[in-house]
Design a protein around this ligand. Sequence first.
Ligand code: NAP
Ligand code: GDD
Length: 342
Amino acid sequence: MKKKALIFGITGQDGSYLAEFLLKKKYIVHGVKRRSSSINTGRIDHIYQEPYTKKRTFILHYGDITDSLLVTRLVNEIKPDEIYNLAAQSHVQVSFESPEYTANADALGALRILEAIRFTKLENKTKYYQAGTSELFGRNEKTPQNEKANFYPASPYGVAKLYAHWITINYKEAYNIFACNGVLFNHESPRRGETFVTQKIVQGLCKIKKRKQNTLYLGNLYAKRDWGHARDYVEAMWLMLQQKKPIDLVISTGKQITVKNFVNKVARKLNIKIFWRGKGLNEKAIDKKGKVIIACDKTYYRPLEVNNLLGDSRKAKKILNWKPKVNLDDLISEMVNLEMNR
Ligand code: NAP
Ligand code: GDD
């Protein structure tokens, strides 16, 4: 019998890679997408057109993680072997502007799914994966951060994810559900949302290269991130649910660079020569003719910043036999090449 997976957040970056991964492993994949006024299935349309849909191994349902009845009905009807909760308002800066909604989707969303598993008496059948985040470490700047590092979330997003983290542990301990948290550091790809900094830099500099944009405006250039490739990270999610016991694990590359150095790498890849001048909000990158290529804009600064994320995923390497396959330079090449040909 084929295994059934239910993915909340199927239309997102990770949902699309995870669906591809599970379909290759011969799962029947059910995905939950939100109704939106414009089409939001761009990342999964290619899957939909492949034979999977005809064979009924890729099935989409409308739904919202804030809708308990819907969540319970889907879990009851599908009775999945594995649930991946990737659905979230996932933008840290947006969470400052929309904190209540972020809590509803990102914190209570996890509770709704776990309750549905319990309510439908699927505790012994359905395994649960919670999309945790390195944002949990937030203002704890002691690096590298591993499973023992203290949490100190620094945004409504981080705080909502902290609730999701602990409710996952609570349902595992109280009801014996196979439930685990992947504490994933930043991961990117050509499918990354356009307002996250890596994709914003890649798309902005590609447009500048094609002379379709003059200047790219950014916020804090000195935040450090540990950036991996989303395709590698969805494999770790699946591996976590294949273990004998549920265990929470940090997933990261173990390398970090600043936003500014990410800009430098993309500029180099595109053969755009830039020279940095000034400080703080006045810092900018100019080309050899003095044209401003990068400038800072306070719109993109956050009320609180997470300055330093660097993961230590030795435990995941040991337990899952997982390690990232794609390095940052290859990730940037993939993103830039795709963007230049888009
Ligand atoms: P993403 O591209 O923003 O995708 C989020 C998904 O959640 C989208 O499918 C989105 O639907 C859906 N969604 C949002 N609100 C929803 C709601 N109320 N009901 C149902 N679905 C909803 O994020 P991602 O990068 O794939 O990340 C996946 C998960 O991992 C998220 O939970 C994120 O917080 C977490 N995470 C991400 C990273 C990272 O670096 N990428 C690191 C750690 C943790 P629409 O397409 O309709 O918006
Ligand atoms: N988005 C954005 N836009 N960020 C900018 C900009 C800008 O113009 N300029 C500088 N930054 C800085 C942010 O202040 C942050 O320090 C860093 O770039 C990365 O920002 P994002 O790409 O928005 O990602 P994030 O680290 O805040 O959050 C992502 O990773 C988390 C895991 O650590 C998201 O995917 C979260 O959902 C995820 O949990």
